[in-house]
Structures are given as structure tokens and as C-alpha cells.
Ligand binder design. Structure first.
Ligand code: ATP
Ligand code: MG
Length: 390
């Protein structure tokens, strides 16, 4: 009998011919996330990955790290049975309940059996009933409730038999790095980190781009964005964050366009500059945290007037989400607390009291066409981007 981890990966199992590639990418990422631990090995076990260690299993090391790996649907603290006998399954059931809930376990439970390998001498229902009866006898605090149990003990008969009483939900999604690359515009706000996270969760490698405008925006704002990048790197190993010096471009636009249109031009300049950085690093798309209607610059008209500056697809994962849905994700992934951190920001010089909510794309593009120095300023800004240590 041995403590192991069973790793569930859902969606990638559905992807036909790509399946082998995705499994390979996921195993690679799982191993990479655990490199600081010495002796462990990950093998395939009929639609699951099995993680075993040479010495005692250290759940507190492995589980939190596995739960941050995109593509992992769930992590089960399982006991691997010595054989496929009834006695070994019962012993494993006892051990898994003890490990998950302790000797004093109480409340309702049920047992579910899955027979991926049909060679086990007993049917699934009979096996569940026998394990249930055994646990009732062994732990006096337990009661059976098959409809809404507080604890589900699962028996899986595969190449070997496994039992687990606790499963931890993972991030789901697709293995990071398996779906191309995009550049995410990361501000210090709540939305853009969530947009970057959601895109990365589809397997897309992310490079973050932050536009910094000192002295109108403080150094602390930059620190904040860096901290957000650090929080995101938990899910995105090797994440890079570019800080782009944007003051000159901002001042140039401020002096030449109508105040109520400034945001539209600034956003276009940001997309255009981010696209330069994206192309340089082989990224195929941009990602922003825009949500339709949230502010003047995020109405459908504004999005239409801004989008054409990118010259590449702009992915807006939050376009159709409510703020509370975004906030819930931000809290779960650990960026919310950083995003709401206050910092003294004096960039009101760039904000109009009544920004235009329905800019016309043709008009905006025509005005922009007359701003002869703008392309050069944008190129300069991109060339001056520095990579921040996360
Ligand atoms: P967020 O919460 O992400 O800051 P927001 O609701 O404040 O978004 P805006 O300020 O209109 O919205 O910005 C919309 C999007 O433009 C942001 O989600 C982000 O992707 C991008 N963006 C805005 N400011 C910056 C910046 N200084 N650097 C990089 N990207 C930015
Ligand atoms: Mg913002």
C-alpha cells in the first residue's frame, strides 16, 4: 500500500488526434512545476497521470503546485493498493479516510467505484457496498447519504486499484505553452490580469506589456503591476513583463487631440505599440481587459474605433463578463488584493470629464493620419521597453 497522487485531466482527453501532444505537454509542465523536489515520477495510468515518490509522499509540497498547472482538472490524494484483492481495497479505503479526515471523521458519505479494468472479481456496485459497510463499521461517526454526501470515497480499478477520499479541483484549461503566444496589456487594475489568466488557461503563452508614464504615474504603480505579474507567474512559468516608457507619446497626443477623444487615441497608441512588441516576440494576438460598456472607452463604438490600431487580433476575454464575475476570478487567482492596493496617481491630466462614448472610427483614423510624429514615437517607446524582474 502506498500514498500516491492521481491527476485528472479532462478536456484534453476530448481532443482526438491532438491528445498525445497535449498529454505530452501536460506531463512536461507537471514535471517542470515540481523540479525542486527530488525523486518523483509521473506515469500514465489509463486516462489519468499517476505521481509517485520514492520516499513518503509529501502532499503539502505536491498538491498546491499541481493545482496551478493548466490542464489539471483535479488532484486526488490516493492510496495505491497492493493488489486487486478485496482486503487491499478495504485497507486502502481506511487509510485514505484517515489521511483526509482523521480518526474522528464524522458526517455523511458514499462510496463510488469505477472499473476501468474489468478483471476485478466483484461488480462495481457490490464493491461500493462492501467498502461502505466496512467504513461504517470502522468509523462510528459516519452515516451513508448517497444523494448529498459530505465525503465521497472513490475506488478506481485500473492497472492497479486506487482509493481516495479527497479530491482538489484544478485550474482546468489546456497546457500552458501549447497554444501559441499573445501579448497581454497589463495595467494595475482588476480586469487585465484576469484577461491574461483566462487566455493563458487556453494554453497561450503570455508576454505582458505595461505602459508607464512617469511622472504622471508613480513608481509605485509600476511596482504594483510587477507584483501582479509575479502573482500571475504562478500559473505561467517564465512570464515576462515589459514596461514601456509612454510619457512622450502621451504628452504628444495630449497636445494635439481634443480632450474628450484623448482616451481613444491613447488606447490606439497602446495597442499599436503592444503589437510592435508582440511581433518582435512572435506573438500572434493582443489581450486586453476590456468589458463592453464598462467605461466610455469600452463601448462597442469605442472598441470599434480603437481595434483597428492593433493590426492583429485583439482577444477580450472579459468582453461579455459582469464585473462581479471578473472580481471573483481575480480573488481566486490572487491578483485582486494587489489590484485594489491604492497608489498616488496624478494622471488626471489625461482624463476628460466627459469622454466621447461614441467615437467614429473613420474620423479618428483620419485625425491620426495627420499626426506625423506618432509612428516614430510608438516605435521609440517599443524600442525602450525594459523587462521587469518578476
Ligand atoms: P483594468 O482593470 O485592466 O485596468 P479598466 O477597467 O481600468 O481595466 P481601462 O483603463 O479602460 O479599463 O483599460 C482597458 C484595458 O486597456 C485594460 O484592461 C488593459 O488591458 C489596457 N490598459 C489600460 N491601461 C494600460 C496600461 N497603462 N498599460 C497596459 N495596458 C493598459
Ligand atoms: Mg485600469
Amino acid at each position: 500500500m502506498k500514498d500516491v497522487l492521481l491527476i485528472k485531466y479532462g478536456e484534453i482527453a476530448l481532443r482526438g488526434d491532438n491528445r498525445a501532444l497535449f498529454e505530452k505537454a501536460l506531463i512536461y509542465n507537471i514535471r517542470a512545476a515540481l523540479t525542486r523536489y527530488g525523486n518523483f515520477w509521473v506515469t500514465k495510468e489509463q486516462g489519468r497521470f499517476l505521481l509517485e515518490t520514492e520516499s513518503d509522499m509529501d502532499y503539502s509540497y505536491f498538491i498546491p503546485r499541481l493545482l496551478d498547472v493548466f490542464g489539471v482538472v483535479g488532484v486526488c490524494a490516493a492510496v495505491k493498493c497492493d493488489g486487486k484483492s478485496m482486503e487491499s481495497v478495504l485497507a486502502a479505503a481506511e487509510r485514505s479516510v484517515l489521511a483526509g479526515y482523521g480518526e474522528g471523521v464524522s458526517g455523511t458519505f458514499k462510496v463510488e467505484t469505477r472499473r476501468a479494468d474489468k478483471s476485478f472479481p466483484m461488480g462495481g456496485n457490490d464493491l461500493s457496498a462492501a467498502v461502505g459497510e466496512f467504513l461504517l463499521g470502522r468509523f462510528p461517526g459516519l452515516r451513508v447519504d448517497v444523494r448529498e454526501p459530505e465525503m465521497t470515497v472513490r475506488v478506481e480499478i485500473r492497472t492497479r486499484a486506487y482509493v481516495y477520499a479527497r479530491e482538489f479541483p484544478g485550474q482546468r484549461g489546456l497546457p500552458y505553452g501549447s497554444g501559441g503566444k499573445a501579448a497581454a496589456l497589463l495595467s494595475g487594475g482588476i480586469d487585465s490580469p484576469v484577461a491574461a489568466y483566462l487566455t493563458a488557461r487556453r494554453g497561450v503563452t503570455i508576454e505582458c506589456v505595461y505602459f508607464h508614464s512617469p511622472p504622471f504615474v508613480s513608481e509605485r504603480a509600476k511596482e504594483k503591476v510587477r507584483d501582479i505579474g509575479g502573482a500571475l507567474s504562478r500559473f505561467m512559468p517564465g512570464l515576462r513583463l515589459y514596461a514601456v516608457p509612454f510619457t512622450e507619446t502621451q504628452l504628444y497626443l495630449k497636445e494635439r487631440v481634443a480632450r474628450e477623444r484623448l482616451t481613444t487615441f491613447l488606447k490606439r497608441a497602446m495597442l499599436s505599440c503592444a503589437a510592435v512588441i508582440a511581433r518582435r516576440s512572435g506573438a500572434l494576438a493582443l489581450v486586453t481587459g476590456d468589458s463592453i460598456g464598462q467605461v466610455a472607452s469600452q463601448t462597442l463604438e469605442s472598441i470599434n474605433a480603437i481595434d483597428s490600431a492593433a493590426g492583429m487580433p485583439v482577444i477580450r476575454p472579459l468582453a461579455a463578463m459582469d464585473k462581479n464575475e471578473t472580481t471573483a476570478i481575480a480573488e481566486r487567482i490572487g491578483t485582486y488584493e494587489i489590484s485594489i492596493r491604492p497608489y498616488e496617481d496624478c494622471c488626471t491630466v489625461f482624463v476628460a470629464e466627459h469622454p466621447e462614448t461614441k467615437p467614429k472610427r473613420g474620423v479618428i483614423e483620419a485625425i491620426e493620419g495627420g499626426l506625423a510624429e506618432l509612428p516614430g514615437l510608438i516605435e521609440n517607446a517599443a524600442a525602450g521597453a525594459e523587462i521587469l524582474e518578476l
